[in-house]
Design a protein around this ligand. Structure first.
Ligand code: C2O
Ligand code: CU
Ligand code: CU
Length: 490
């Protein structure tokens, strides 16, 4: 595609976004500085070697046909234009998960932009205010589009990066594959939607079945973890190592060893850890995911080279990453609201490993919504404060709350269900202020917080970004089946 046609396209896309763009930090077209960094991405079908070369390739949907899509490395505070071309046979959009950007660039179809039709393009423009580990994925037909591979990592580099010997990115995906290595159909199964969501049978790192990660004794690695699964929650245990968490959802936190020595990542969450490779040269150490009882497996092995890294001075303690320019919520004046997460089936049938017959009805149901839900997709299985918004985003979503721009809010996310929910807010990062009434001992920010069954997590933020913002569970089946709402900041 020639430059001129792409420029025409961006201009049209910007016009389409209309008033939204004018309200925001997007520079007007005429005043746009020369030499804005431009990136192109095509959402299109492709093939990926998910399970290795001894198996057939898997038909996927991917950015530039790849799984995961290209890792985008942006600079904090630097304007970027990302032109997304839709070469799928269905509408799409891209959501830049965790980036605090103008509403018109948020990628929610109907709510923040018209969907990108097949054959069309859309120019996203934003200046990432925060450095950290983020990711991008569609927000249209999300269960299928994300579930078939459309996702990529987005790294915003610090202007003064800390020194590490090396950086490693693990974008961890989860797939439900058939014996021929093709992606199993059956997305949006009503039963799963009301339980754990579509947990797969194959976990990949950066798009392939991992075997080993080569490391050297003595090196200090910054490991960026991204959970891009539809539904699988991960709890990583690094045998023989003591990972130090330095950032959660892109936002620096006080460096700490994770609780229970497990790095827990709900879908869409990112955690940066610093790993000092203190193992023995030539040895291997397992990284185990044991989130689900009785279903622990070895994700990958850290494989030590025979030669240690020669280091003249010993490594000091892990220091904090430089903080991002986050507006600090004022807890003394914040307005409080409660969001009750409701619905789903009672637990105890599925993850316990027994079948869905018999036990299911005996297990009971909540909110009387179960029978209606059995009909299939589109029917609500979940709700927030009694209201179910289903799907990926559409024009007529009425905000549950209107927040005053510039004001501090505390939202109590009260999980009344029997299932875990990684709750995600668009357009803002929030502080996790307490869990079940216990104040968080650490400085912790996030954009997605895992709320355990029957527990409450309080989050706080300054509603400083105007627009209509999604708040939803990032278990994709849960979002599609009603665990979603809209907050308006005006
Ligand atoms: Cu990463 Cu609305 O989602
Ligand atoms: Cu998001
Ligand atoms: Cu959920």
């Amino acid at each position: 595609m020639s430059m001129s046609s792409s420029f025409a396209m961006s201009r049209r896309s910007l016009l389409l976004t209309g008033a939204g763009a004018a309200l925001t930090m997007v520079t007007p077209w005429a005043a746009r500085p020369e030499g804005v960094r431009e990136i192109r991405l095509a959402a299109r079908p492709g093939q990926a070697s998910l399970v290795g070369d001894s198996h057939p390739q898997t038909d996927v949907l991917g950015y530039d046909g790849k799984v995961p899509g290209p890792t985008l490395r942006l600079k904090q505070g630097e304007l970027v234009r990302i032109i997304v071309e839709n070469r799928l046979d269905q509408d799409t959009t891209v959501h830049w998960h965790g980036i605090r950007l103008p509403n018109a660039m948020d990628g929610v179809p109907g709510l923040t932009q018209p969907p990108i039709k097949p054959g069309e393009s859309f120019a996203y423009e934003f200046t990432p205010p925060d450095a950290g580990t983020f990711w991008y994925h569609p927000h249209a037909n999300s269960l299928q589009q994300l579930g078939r591979g459309l996702a990529g990592a987005l790294i915003v580099e610090e202007s003064n990066p800390l020194e590490f010997d090396r950086e490693i990115l693990w974008m961890i995906g989860d797939w439900r594959l058939k014996r021929d290595a093709q992606i199993a159909a059956g997305f949006g199964n009503g039963m799963e939607a009301a339980m754990s969501g579509r947990v797969g049978n194959t976990v990949t790192i950066n798009g392939t079945l991992p075997t080993e990660e080569p490391v050297r004794a003595g090196e200090r690695v910054r490991l960026r973890l991204v959970n891009s699964a539809l539904a699988r929650i991960m709890a990583l245990r690094f045998e023989g190592h003591r990972p130090v968490v330095v950032a959660i959802d892109g936002q620096p936190c006080d460096p700490h060893e994770p609780e229970g020595d497990r790095v827990v990542l709900g879908p869409a969450m990112r955690i940066d850890v610093v790993l000092d490779m203190g193992g023995e040269p030539g040895r291997r150490y397992r990284v185990i995911d044991d989130f689900y009882d009785d279903l622990a497996y070895t994700l990958v092995q850290l494989a030590y080279d025979e030669k240690p890294l020669g280091r003249s001075t010993p490594l000091g303690a892990v220091v904090s990453l430089p903080p991002n320019p986050m507006p600090m919520p004022d807890l003394t004046t914040a307005e409080h609201h409660e969001l009750a997460l409701q619905g789903g089936m009672m637990s105890g049938m599925m993850m316990g490993g027994n079948g869905m017959n018999g036990g299911m009805m005996g297990g009971g149901m909540m909110d009387g919504g179960m029978m209606g839900m059995m009909g299939g997709m589109g029917d609500a299985a979940w709700s927030i404060n009694g209201t179910s918004m289903t799907g990926d985003g559409h024009a007529d979503m009425q905000p549950l709350l209107t927040l005053k721009r510039g004001r501090s809010y505390v939202l109590a996310l009260r999980n009344e269900t029997a299932w875990w929910h990684p709750m995600h807010l668009h357009g803002h990062s929030f502080r996790v202020v307490s869990r079940n009434g216990t104040p968080n001992p650490r400085r912790e920010w996030g954009d997605t917080v895992l709320v355990p069954p029957k527990k409450t997590v309080d989050i706080a933020f300054v509603a400083d970004n105007p627009g209509n913002w999604m708040l939803h569970c990032h278990v994709m089946d849960h979002q599609m089946a009603g665990l979603m709402t809209v907050l308006r900041v005006a």
